[in-house]
Design a protein. Structure first.
Length: 237
């Protein structure tokens, strides 16, 4: 039986080819395919459980929803997807905090330059990948609509249906199986608690109105569970 993640490979590759043709029109299909294969290999590494092609597909679907709602136009949505293709390309749950995001941003910068993507676009994509560590959009961001959409798409999972959120929690726990239960619970609570207590969880108007209530309910339920088993934070959501 084909796994859900494996089933995503072909549609994701098709989507990457479409995006690559717009981001780097002069690179040509061979280079687009080579980069797409590299991306899918990264997102399919065996040690991943949550940070997989499923997460990538969910973030891309979230961008589609934000674009349909008018939060970003087609050109901005393309750049947002550029960020999301690379934002967890490097993912090691044992890495120091911020290391995965910085290494992913470096790969995005180097690979996109190699494909011939416009320098200004590469800089926005690199900034977007870096922003996913901590999920704080700079107050003077040069492209706030793009970064706001990246922020919300990456955090779509917080407002996922209850069953998907429960699966997400199990997936994250598997990625941190090396961390003892009490330490994981204490660290997870330290990361998720501030999201619950943010005055505004999502930055775009659509996500704020459509996803916030379910996200707050999911977070509150998880934190209540974690409080019964308090503990080393994982590196991000």
């Amino acid at each position: 039986m084909t796994s859900p993640v494996a089933a995503l490979a072909e549609p994701l590759l098709d989507r990457w080819l479409s995006d690559a043709a717009q981001l780097a029109p002069d690179a040509g299909r061979d280079l687009w395919l080579a980069e797409g294969s590299l991306l899918l290999r990264g997102w399919s590494e065996p040690h991943r459980s949550y940070h997989t092609a499923e997460h990538l597909a969910e973030t891309l679907a979230a961008v589609d929803e934000l674009e349909e709602a008018g939060e970003v136009d087609a050109d901005e949505a393309l750049v947002v997807r550029g960020v999301l293709w690379y934002h967890d390309l490097v993912y090691d749950p044992r890495a120091a905090a911020g290391s995965n995001e910085h290494r992913s941003a470096m790969m995005a910068r180097d690979h996109l330059h190699r494909l011939g993507v416009h320098t200004a676009t590469v800089e926005v994509i690199e900034a977007g990948v870096l922003m996913t560590f901590g999920h704080e959009v700079p107050s003077r961001a040069a492209t706030p609509r793009v970064l706001d959409a990246v922020h919300d798409a990456d955090l779509w999972i917080l407002g996922a249906p209850v069953e998907r959120y429960a699966a997400y929690r199990r997936q994250v726990r598997r990625e941190y199986a090396h961390v003892p239960d009490p330490d994981f619970a204490r660290g997870r609570a330290a990361i998720m608690g501030p999201f619950l207590h943010r005055e505004r969880l999502y930055r775009t108007s659509h996500a704020h109105l459509a996803w916030t209530d379910r996200a707050r309910a999911n977070l509150a339920a998880e934190l209540a569970d974690l409080s019964t088993d308090p503990g080393a934070p994982p590196d991000g959501v």
